[in-house]
Design a protein around this ligand. Structure first.
Ligand code: ZN
Length: 135
């Protein structure tokens, strides 16, 4: 058993946690965004570089355009999910019973979707290697 003593499972810095927490993919500590999500007026303001390891978040010019496809995917998922929920829990209402709540909830989800899409895209397609020694 003693050989497992040095095996450290770093849950604090897992890739998934960093992605969901909108952290830098290289050090998994620095915030990608300047303000917390609840500052809805500035939800889209990003740090140019990681405040911890100085990684440039926009790894190549126009990189964030790719995040739009991730965002599109999340929007479709949300739309389907809400459609199913409304169908089952509100007993298949007329068309406006779908359009109005789905539109409102989709618009409210814009800041979350915007941020998480950029984070997911950077983590999955930025090809940035995690450097555990950056502490
Ligand atoms: Zn970093």
């Amino acid at each position: 058993m003693s050989e497992y003593k040095n095996l450290k499972f770093d849950v604090e810095r897992s890739e998934f946690r960093a992605m969901m927490g909108e952290k830098c993919p290289q050090c998994r500590q620095g915030n990608m965004f300047k303000y917390p999500l609840w500052r809805v007026d500035k939800f889209d303001k990003m740090n140019e570089n990681c405040p911890v390891c100085n990684l440039r978040f926009e790894v190549e010019p126009g990189f964030w355009y790719g995040a739009m496809f991730v965002s599109y995917g999340f929007s479709i998922l949300l739309l389907i999910l809400l459609g199913v929920v409304i169908y089952w829990f509100f007993n298949d209402p007329p068309v406006m019973g779908y359009v109005v709540p789905i539109t409102i909830i989709s618009l409210l989800a814009v800041p979350v979707n915007f941020r998480i899409s950029r984070s997911v895209f950077l983590h999955l397609f930025g090809f940035v290697k995690y450097k555990a020694d950056l502490r």
